[in-house]
Design a protein around this ligand. Structure first.
Ligand SMILES: Nc1nc2c(ncn2[C@@H]2O[C@H](COP(=O)(O)OP(=O)(O)OP(=O)(O)O)[C@@H](O)[C@H]2O)c(=O)[nH]1
Ligand SMILES: [Mg+2]
Length: 464
């Protein structure tokens, strides 16, 4: 790995592999200009005066042979993504062209292929962003939902870093008070009373707890929720999935047992990703091997779901199969929405009948045929899982590394608080506070060792 060899100029394809309209090759480093001006000329092979932040049209030449007609942009250090001289060349999106241009550049002196995330690593090293902002670049590229994109972009713009820096400032100030009283012990002055220290400490802990609780909200908002649609055969589960999706994804027939396997689809509702799982119908006795396996999968889906839409055919009366479903749902009481389906037909089962066998808290009447109230069901999912909070209050994404460190910060701060409480000496309190400061620095990437940086940037793709 060459990640830490900063004197080299690096080159990589920044856009995706494969056929495309355009492909962008990125070059960063002190030799970027020299290297590129030796291969970029106008149509008559004359040199081009390459200006800062200007779009240039021209050709890439290998000796006198044109490799491609390209657009080139030069950005002079330090006002660039990496903080170094950077050139981006847009070629036609053919990998043979891309390969030949990259090979041509690599044949020049002091240039090599970039490592994963190396452009962003250079941005980090050149103080263009701190480590958590650099990680947000990777999160932004990998975000799987529009909410995740929004949150990663917030982090990239420093919303998470600024909270960490705020905690750090508060703690540094407290630390300074402790240090001053250590430096002037003979003065016998306690610059802050024990109560004042405790109060300040509590405020810092509250801020850290706020960051931690925003983690679970953000995770829900970004990753979304799993919704299993379960019930007896023919209750109308597949019809409900199709209604939610707005197209015929699952096969619907009047034959009980039409769906034999789980069918998973994703939608976004009010910006939150919903994974909806249509399942094989549950009945007490099933002789068929396929149906038995299907029902096992239904059970797994119910257990893994954040919420279950329990679909009942209100046009039939309850029987022993319904009791079997009640058994499967017994640990999910707060996470059930009963859907009394087929409301367009004669009602032979009511909510009261169901309440006699299961303590349902949320229910919706529905008709897959008339497609009324589908919004109502989606809204109920929102309210039962308190997704409004997640949608509104989530601010930024935390990855596993950041989450682990912020939890450690909290533990360290609690220790500091306990020591203050016990009336321990400022020397001991100060030592523990220093520990929390080091952890905060690690989040931001200050004074971290190369192993940590290697791990963080290895998650990136080449070219970013
Ligand atoms: N009248 C009426 N018929 C419905 C309604 N919902 C579903 N049906 C019908 O009920 C039958 C079963 O519907 P499905 O959606 O296949 O039921 P399911 O629960 O997926 O059944 P399995 O896959 O066999 O477990 C089909 O004939 C549907 O057209 C409804 O709201 N009203
Ligand atoms: Mg079905």
């Amino acid at each position: 790995m060459n990640l830490f060899k900063q004197e080299d100029t690096i080159v990589a394809l920044a856009t995706g592999q494969g056929k495309s309209a355009l492909a962008t090759i990125r070059i960063s480093g002190k030799s970027a200009m020299n290297i590129v001006s030796s291969v970029f000329f106008d149509g008559k092979h004359n040199p081009v005066d390459i200006k800062n932040k200007t779009v240039h049209h021209g050709f890439i030449y290998s000796d006198s042979k044109k490799l491609d007609e390209v657009i080139l942009v030069y950005m002079k250090a330090p006002h660039t993504y990496t903080g170094e001289d950077t050139i981006e060349i847009s070629t036609h999106g053919n990998m043979l062209i891309v390969q030949s241009v990259i090979e041509l550049l690599l044949a020049k002196q002091d240039v090599r292929l970039a490592d994963k995330g190396e452009f962003t690593y250079r941005a980090f090293i050149n103080n263009k962003m701190d480590l958590s902002e650099a990680e947000a670049v990777c999160d932004l590229i990998n975000s799987g939902s529009s909410k995740a994109v929004e949150l990663a972009l917030n982090s990239l713009q420093g919303s998470f870093s600024s909270k960490i820096k705020e905690v750090k400032e508060d703690l540094t100030l407290l630390f300074a008070y402790l240090e001053v009283s250590l430096d002037y012990p003979e003065e016998d002055i306690d610059f802050l009373s024990r109560e004042q220290k405790k109060e300040r400490m509590q405020k810092i802990i509250d801020k850290v707890e706020g960051i931690i609780s925003s983690y679970s909200l953000s995770k829900t908002a970004a990753d979304g929720v799993k919704i299993a649609v379960a019930g007896k055969p023919n209750a109308g589960k597949s019809s409900i999935l199709n209604c939610i999706l707005g197209y015929q994804r699952s096969i619907v027939t009047d034959i009980a047992g039409t769906t034999t396997d789980t069918i998973e689809e994703k939608i976004e509702y009010k910006n939150i990703p919903f994974t909806i799982i249509d399942t094989a119908g549950i009945r007490r006795h099933s002789s068929n091997t396929i149906e038995k396996i299907g029902q096992e999968r239904t059970k797994e889906s119910i257990n893994a779901a954040d919420i279950v839409l329990w679909v009942i055919d209100s046009n039939t009366i309850l029987d022993s199969d319904d009791l079997r479903i009640c058994e499967l749902l017994k640990n999910k009481q707060d996470k059930i929405i009963l859907v009394l389906n087929k409301s367009d037909l004669e009602q032979k089962t009511s909510l009261d009948d169901i309440l006699k066998i299961y303590p349902v808290k949320e229910f919706a009447s529905f008709s897959s045929v008339k497609e009324i109230n589908i919004e109502n069901i989606l809204e109920k999912i929102f309210s039962v899982l308190d997704l409004e909070q997640a949608a509104e209050k989530s601010e930024f994404l935390l990855n596993a590394r950041q989450y682990d460190l912020i939890c450690k910060v909290k533990t360290a701060l609690k220790t500091v608080s306990d020591l203050i409480d016990k009336g321990d000496s400022d020397e001991i309190v100060s030592f523990e506070a220093q520990n929390a400061l080091l952890l905060l620095n690690e989040i931001l990437g200050y004074d971290v060792n190369q192993d940590i940086l290697r791990t963080v940037f290895s998650k990136f793709c080449v070219g970013k």
